[in-house]
Design a protein around this ligand. Sequence first.
Ligand code: CMC
Length: 444
Amino acid sequence: MADSKAPSGTVTIIDNTSNKQTTLPLVSGTAGPKVIDIRNLYKDLGYFTFDPGYTATGSCQSKITYIDGDEGVLLYRGYPIEQLAEHSDFMEVCYLLLFGDLPDKAQRDQFVHDITYHTMVHDQLNRFYQGFRRDAHPMAVMCGVVGALSAFYHDSTDITDPLHRKVASYRLIAKMPTIAAMAYKYAMGQPFMYPQNNLSYAENFLYMSYAVPAEPYKMNKILSKALDKIFILHADHEQNASASTVRMSGSTGANPFACIAAGCASLWGPSHGGANEEVLKMLAEIGDKRNVGQWVKKAKDPSDPFRLFGFGHRVYKNFDPRAQVIQKTAHEVLGELGIKHEPLLEVAMELERIALVDDYFIKRRLYPNVDFYSGIILKAMGFPTSMFTALFAIGRTVGWVAQWNELIEDPSQKINRPRQLYTGVTKRDYVPVAKRKAAAKAAQ
Ligand code: CMC
């Protein structure tokens, strides 16, 4: 591996069937379990590894984000998520994820300026929206419009040019809220609102979503701060499905706009970023905290495919540190909005209470994840459920972009091309159509 530490040991695999053996390097990162470098396995023993869902496979080396799922730890470039959520802001976190360190005052001002001055989209892109049905899902619109950016910004698609990469990265981070807010406005049948350069990143998104040309918009600082925190909590999560999709696409040399559009598509699924929308639908369907028990029963029934959305995580097996921050923020936002009685929050709290003492969830180490409470905040802010995953995408774009840049700058990166365990029909001869019936009969 180009940049990791020297092997800290070896692992020998003895093949009892052929009496061959291979010794593979054991490599340590700066934290986390050691990895076995299996790149010589096929050459030495003629075997591939089999790991559907990549439950035990490191797909790359990375310096960006670290998760310890057993301890509930999430670090961006070494900084605990709780500290960043409490003391930092989203622009600083973007800088940190992209460049590896927190900015000094001058770097920060320059970065905020650069992002702010990339928030407008090409005017012709406005007309692109007219091609969508008004009832299109915002994520369908995001996948299309983000993909279309490469048709508008040819001057930042040369991935071999560091300046192109930087401009594309800034454009993606800056334009994502504009694109998402436009999807919302289009669905509402309201005019698009241009970004305002005197507003912060989160404020701008609220403004572009909720302002109308007919009257001044009053910014609520508590809500914009909460939204900023939500963006921080979603900014990166190491090699999750959408980041891996971005890396997989990037490994082919595809341009960054196309790669991030692929990330949007991957995020949309209900097992990933689409879960926040599903959580709210589920809470609404449960309706009353007295019904929680029967839904928990349903989630535990092995013959029922239903799962509790917002529960469980591939990596976190103790608690999701993002969920703890967001639960507190949910209470702050409801307090600020004067919502004393939110039935969905009551259902959510009862669901959490019952599930956390239930043997099924304890045994499988299933805890509320970040999506469990985020929807309650976004609903209180006035967003329809269909917009929730688009908000996740806004926050996550910086993570995708940082992962993509790291991939492109990694000299050991190769096109991603997994192998398989083939279980289909082995070689057979072509049969002309007129003889197929007879051949099939003969084969019986
Ligand atoms: N409700 C009920 N049972 C569950 C749940 C759940 N939410 N999640 C996992 N299980 C059970 C599962 O049925 C299995 O049981 P058994 O061993 O008896 O077959 C066991 O727990 C292990 O599940 P798994 O499917 O092997 O775990 P995974 O790591 O492949 O899946 C997950 C992780 C997040 C996809 C899954 O927990 C899930 O579907 N959760 C609901 C969707 C959700 O909230 N997703 C958001 C994830 S966090 C935000 C993000 O990163 O996008």
